[in-house]
Design a protein around this ligand. Structure first.
Ligand code: COA
Length: 534
């Protein structure tokens, strides 16, 4: 195996700055942990007790039992809906990539201890994101369903976008991506179409009840008297209607059958197999001290790379040119990656270098790893004349048309078009995770408030009115505060702008799981691009 040169470190782990970063990053992580605890607590003790009394497994227990013992489960978007009106932390869905019968699968489970598993607005978005992960990476899907359908008081926000989920199920089937549905409890309306549209459906005897409308609604609509079991019980669907393919005795039996179905798929990976893994030479634990908690304080991206990649080995490309973008090749958990990491503002040279590097990785079928910490492209007359727009556009062209998988880690700031060039959410990286210190916005709160102040002063001058200084300062302060609030990693993750906030120390393992998932299918680069403006 060819060995890349080993990076060196200049970090002083005994410095005050290191200690201050570590303390601040740990504090942010503690806030993330406490939000995760909320997600894990489901709808609370009252509803959990009901599950237990009925002899049912809790939704997270179902997921755990489904997974191969000791195998990984990369939970996605666990804090969707956190502190968002009308939502529960997790958006009533538990989802991620996990290994079932030796196969990496997309798992999506109703959090039925919250509003009977009713689907919320962000729950629809989260389910759509999970479906996208299965599509893009060629994974089988396992749905663990117990859902009261639409969150009724909020139906207007769900009804139209919710339809996409059923469309996706049948399109997956057409694309030969199987969907397996295990039904554990009452599943009404939308909850009934998931088993209805799946390739394989398993229902639990005397617990799974699947119908378009429950007995009260049927009575209201047609006057017909019915009971839950005869209307939509697992027994009836397995013996009479054919909506269920397998009748399970209880929750554990349904999971056993689900695992058996996956085992029989013979789902073989098409992508490259990893090389032997070498741990980093520098301790990933040091990332908490290396990485500035304050986005205004720069840190050297090579110090991060050294604590993420195999053996801290990195073959840097064009190290003397466009130095604010560090590019180079490395391995993570044995998989080759092309790393693009910000080391300051993007200039024309760095953008051109990035575009060239993305083309090279595509030539070599190598996935991209973006380490994003960007305050934007350089502004000013000199840089405009140099063509910062067209050079930035080249990089955005390369990112947009690249066909190798990309993984993006938000390791600090993400402001302006730098977000786009560095493969932000809109550029469809296969996975995007944030660190707790991450900040994201069009621009920083101070800058945005300052721009608004200038515009207001100019408008007042034009209309010949005096500026109310006190009011202007108050508005400026309020806007700055609002933008800062809306720029935090917690705000972003609650709205599904990422796939979750991770502990920086776990980055290497998370990227490794993502790369393994991406290699379910063969990685194929492109040589076809949009027009590059020269
Ligand atoms: N939207 C919003 N909230 C819902 C809901 C829905 N579709 N279904 C249930 N909930 C709420 C209930 O109001 C209740 O809230 P509360 O505890 O604050 O009062 C909580 O979820 C639990 O429901 P509950 O009926 O007490 O639980 P259960 O275990 O006895 O029954 C269901 C669960 C799903 C069988 C039952 O709630 C039900 O039939 N829901 C309506 C299903 C439906 O008709 N959906 C159509 C969607 S188009």
């Amino acid at each position: 195996m060819t060995r890349y040169p080993r990076l060196a470190t200049k970090v002083d782990a005994r410095s005050d700055a290191f200690a201050a970063n570590r303390t601040a990053n740990l504090a942010s992580l503690a806030a993330v942990e406490s939000a995760l605890d909320k997600a894990c607590a489901g709808g609370g003790a009252k509803y959990i007790d009901r599950f237990r009394a009925a002899g049912k497994l809790l939704p997270r227990e179902r997921v755990e039992l489904l997974l191969d013992p000791g195998a990984h489960f990369l939970e996605l978007c666990p804090l969707a809906g956190h502190d968002v009106k009308d939502h529960h932390t997790g958006a009533s869905v538990i989802g991620g990539v996990g290994v079932v019968a030796g196969v990496e699968c997309l798992i999506c489970a109703s959090e039925a201890t919250v509003k009977g598993g009713a689907v919320s607005e962000l729950g629809v978005q989260k389910t759509a994101r999970l479906a996208e992960v299965a599509d893009q990476n060629g994974l089988p899907t396992i749905n663990l369903i117990e859902s009261a359908g639409a969150d009724l008081p909020n139906q207007s926000k769900i009804f139209v976008p919710g339809g996409r989920g059923f469309r996706d199920l049948t399109r997956k089937s057409k694309a030969r991506l199987p969907t397996i549905c295990l039904v554990f409890g009452s599943s009404t309306a939308g909850g009934a179409y998931i088993p209805g549209m799946s390739d394989y459906t398993v229902m639990v005897r005397e617990r799974a009840q699947v119908y378009l409308a429950g007995p009260p609604l049927v009575k209201m609509a047609t006057g017909e008297e019915s009971d839950h079991e005869s209307l939509g019980g697992a027994e009836m669907h397995s013996r009479v209607s054919g909506v269920s393919d397998y009748l399970a005795e209880d929750d554990a039996d349904a999971i056993r059958i689900g695992r058996e179905i996956v085992a029989h798929l013979d789902w073989a990976k098409q992508g490259r197999t990893p090389l032997p893994v070498e741990p980093p030479a520098f301790d990933p634990d040091e990332l908490l001290g290396v990485v500035s908690h304050d986005p205004k304080v720069p840190f050297d991206a090579r110090e991060v790379i050294a604590r993420v990649v195999d053996g801290s080995r990195f073959s840097e490309f064009k190290p003397l040119y466009g130095s604010t973008l560090v590019c180079g090749w490395a391995h993570v958990h044995g998989y080759p990656v092309g790393v693009l990491a910000n080391n300051g503002i993007l200039f024309s040279e760095s953008a051109n270098k990035g575009a060239q590097f993305i083309q090279l990785c595509n030539q070599r079928d190598i996935p991209l790893l973006f380490l994003q910490n960007i305050t934007g492209f350089m502004v000013g007359a000199r840089y405009e004349a140099e063509g910062i727009i067209k050079n930035g556009a080249k990089m955005i062209n390369a990112v947009s048309n690249s066909t190798v998988p990309a993984i993006t880690i938000m390791m600090g700031a993400s402001y302006g078009a730098g977000n786009y060039a560095m493969c932000g959410r809109a550029y469809e990286p296969r996975f995007l995770f944030s660190w707790p210190n991450h900040k994201i916005a069009v621009m920083g709160g101070k800058q945005l408030a300052g721009v608004l102040e200038i515009i207001r002063r100019e408008a007042a001058e034009k209309s010949g009115q005096a500026v109310d200084e006190q009011n202007l300062q108050l508005v400026k302060m309020m806007i700055e505060h609002q933008i800062d609030q809306e720029s935090s990693a917690m705000f972003a993750t609650a709205r599904l702008w990422d796939d979750g906030i991770i502990d920086p120390r776990d980055t290497r393992d998370v990227v490794g799981i993502c790369l393994s998932t991406c290699h379910t299918e063969r990685v194929v680069g492109t040589t076809s691009w949009g027009v590059f403006r020269h």
